[in-house]
Design a protein around this ligand. Structure first.
Ligand code: NAD
Length: 317
């Protein structure tokens, strides 16, 4: 049996997201080894050359382009390959194109003796995480989607600017789908350990909290569309988000992150996958935390999970 090589990350897809992730991991030293696979081999090789050309100035040199056999002993395989949104296109509109690509890639991964954690980034990430779990036959804890880690970081960026507080001192989550039905769970947001709704009267700025809530949701929902309209794709923040998930797995940090996991019985939904706060460590998605939400938030979560179920049905899984 092939032994897992501790800290080895194999990335499938050397596009904007995959290449930026490889670069991030090389710079942060979070992975012991980084393999990059793409069906456009020349592109993968060029991205690796570009990364290596900076490493005399800093960063890991254990970065190389590879074939699928590089999945066999990886601790983590990340799927970033596939079509990206065009201007104005939603994430779920990518489904018919990306389901085929991701299932083909899974066939190639399964043909190796890969035993590690599978991390799905390709959109629509929640539906594809469900499909990857079904297709792979791996345990649920081994199949994770990047989920709303990015959306939650976008929310903290918004609140940081609005409240004039470092985003590092803001905790909270966007939950549900990584997409248009996601929602910030306001009852869970804290600033410096103080519930946001208690913090606001203390801050003295006399903001309209309802207005902030609406604007924040809008900001998170429109963020990717705005970036894609202007520059074609988003990749820095998603690479940073995935790098944090990877560090938490490799170093067994047990961070609580809103990653996508499969839910087989959620409020009557048998087939769904969405983000809730989850302990992420060596074992992958080690424990999903069933947080107490308000009645309104529970409804939003159910609606979001139902939307994902409807889209899973289109895949035949
Ligand atoms: P891109 O077009 O820059 O790169 C896609 C890469 O996939 C290309 O290099 C292409 O050659 C490769 N590819 C396509 N089919 C392949 C196959 N069968 N095998 C191997 N490689 C293959 O796109 P991008 O900007 O890197 O985005 C990639 C995906 O990530 C998209 O689906 C995008 O929507 C998604 N994304 C997800 C999030 C998130 O939060 N989950 C954020 C940003 C982007």
């Amino acid at each position: 049996m092939t032994e897992i090589k501790k800290g080895k990350v194999t990335i499938v897809g050397a596009g904007s997201v995959g290449a930026t992730l490889a670069y991030n991991l090389s710079i942060t030293g979070g992975a012991s080894e980084i393999a990059l696979i793409d069906h456009n081999k020349e592109k993968a090789e060029a991205e690796i050359m570009d990364i290596l050309h900076g490493t005399s100035l800093g960063g890991s040199r254990k970065v190389y382009s590879a074939e699928y056999d590089a999945c066999a002993n990886a601790e983590i395989v990340v799927i970033t390959a596939g079509a990206k949104q065009k201007a104005g296109e939603s994430r779920v509109e990518l489904l018919s194109r990306n389901i085929k690509i991701v299932t083909e890639i899974l066939d190639s991964i399964k043909s190796t003796s890969f035993k590690g954690i599978l991390l799905v980034i390709t959109n629509p990430v929640d539906v594809l995480t469900y499909a990857a779990w079904k297709e792979s036959g791996y345990e649920k804890s081994r199949v994770i989607g990047s989920g709303t880690v990015l959306d939650s970081s976008r929310l903290k960026d918004f609140l940081s600017k609005t409240c004039g507080i470092s985003p590092i001192s803001i905790h909270g989550y966007v939950l549900g789908e990584h997409g248009d039905t996601s929602f910030p769970a306001w009852s869970l947001i804290t600033i410096g350990g103080i519930r946001l709704l208690d913090y606001c009267p203390l801050c003295g700025k006399s903001c309209n909290i309802r207005g902030i809530i609406d604007s924040a949701s809008d900001y998170v929902h429109k963020a990717a569309y705005k970036i894609i309209n202007a520059k074609g794709s988003t990749y820095y923040a998603i690479a940073q988000a995935v790098s944090v998930i990877i560090h938490s797995i490799i170093k067994d940090e047990k961070r609580i992150l809103p990653v996508t996991t499969v839910h087989e019985n959620f409020m009557g939904l048998k087939k769904t996958a969405f983000s809730l706060p989850t302990i992420v460590g060596n074992g992958g998605a080690e424990k999903v935390i069933n947080v107490n939400l308000t009645v309104d938030e529970q409804k939003l979560l159910f609606d979001s999970a139902s939307f994902i179920t409807e889209n899973i049905a289109k895949t035949g899984y």
